[in-house]
Design a protein around this ligand. Sequence first.
Ligand SMILES: C=CC1=C(C)c2cc3[nH]c(cc4nc(cc5[nH]c(cc1n2)c(C)c5CCC(=O)O)C(CCC(=O)O)=C4C)c(C)c3C=C
Ligand SMILES: [Fe+2]
Ligand SMILES: [Fe+2]
Length: 362
Amino acid sequence: MKYKNTQGFDHGQADRIGVLVTNLGTPDAPNRGALKTYLREFLSDPRVVEVPRALWWLILNGVILNIRPSRSAKAYQGVWTDEGSPLLIHTRDQAKALADKLSQQYGEQVVVEFAMRYGNPSISTAIDRLCAQGVRKLLVLPLYPQYCASTTASTFDAVAEDFRQRRWLPELRFINHYHDYPPYIQALGESIKAHWAEHGRAQRLIMSYHGIPKRYLTNGDPYHCECHKTSRLLAEYLGLEKDQYMTTFQSRFGREEWLRPYTDETLKALPDQGVHEVQVVCPGFSADCLETIEEIGEENRDYFLHAGGKRYEYIEALNSQPAHIDALLSLVQQHLNGWTLSEDYDGRKARADAYTYPESNG
Ligand SMILES: C=CC1=C(C)c2cc3[nH]c(cc4nc(cc5[nH]c(cc1n2)c(C)c5CCC(=O)O)C(CCC(=O)O)=C4C)c(C)c3C=C
Ligand SMILES: [Fe+2]
Ligand SMILES: [Fe+2]
């Protein structure tokens, strides 16, 4: 059959709204084999690596997938928990907390699933589950505050690819970004203030975002601007002067130039410039993951202290903090506008006049 059919449909089924919460994805296990599978899927995405396909295929299969999986597996072993990968656990918990809030408000009318762009649970599996529960309107919330083609647009590609193979498409809404959304800035600001209340302030607040190749910016990707806007709004919220905070970019991959200034080089240089105390926050990561726990929490701490720094603190991602969930809730509510029927919700009535073909069972 060319198209995937909706499973479990019956005419008495209630029409529902689905919220699909997504993040990047993570390997199934912290070992070489799982890393190879994960990295192959991730790094084959042309939204992530914009290099001519034939050339990239040779580099990826000839070099990267032979070297990187073992190295990355070691790094993942250092952050892995009894429940699994931190990114997966946080995303699952965030979706659950959001689902609880939405069900308090809308009962069974709104259902939530979470998915990963690469790895499991896949976006297609989650859309299958939503459709089987009667979802006819779908809101996708990629947990990337700043729009980037490598992440946000790639998530859209995965939804579109699923839709290409599906018979009965739900109505679709897609949240592009929320880098300047006041409740998100407030949640970030309050989490930093709570850290200050407990530990005091350091000389400088470093706002570190995942990098991308500089070429993507010059080709028109708004990511760099959105990161800077988040930083400016956050600094305004906290009442910071220009010399009290910095925006930097981390997690470089490959040899070409990425967005500058680089987080690692900045931290290595700061002690010589008289900055011996820093606090680092990662406002582009909605959940702690390898890139924050290991790279910011450990690797960059070492660089800073070895360069003569005296005090280094990483301020955790918002994860499932109540203020974060509330910010996501209000973001979702804004995008559900015109869709929710909360008071007179009666999905059965909506389908009561459906005509049943005698020869079909659906
Ligand atoms: C190869 C190029 C990469 C681009 C471009 C890129 C952009 C990008 N990534 C995130 C968020 C995350 N990336 C994570 C891990 C990760 N990223 C890359 C490469 C690129 N990312 C790799 C190869 C890896 C895997 C880890 C490794 O082998 O070093 C993660 C963490 C995943 C986890 O399991 O914990 C996140 C989150 C953003 C937001 C972004 C562009 C804006
Ligand atoms: Fe990445
Ligand atoms: Fe910019």
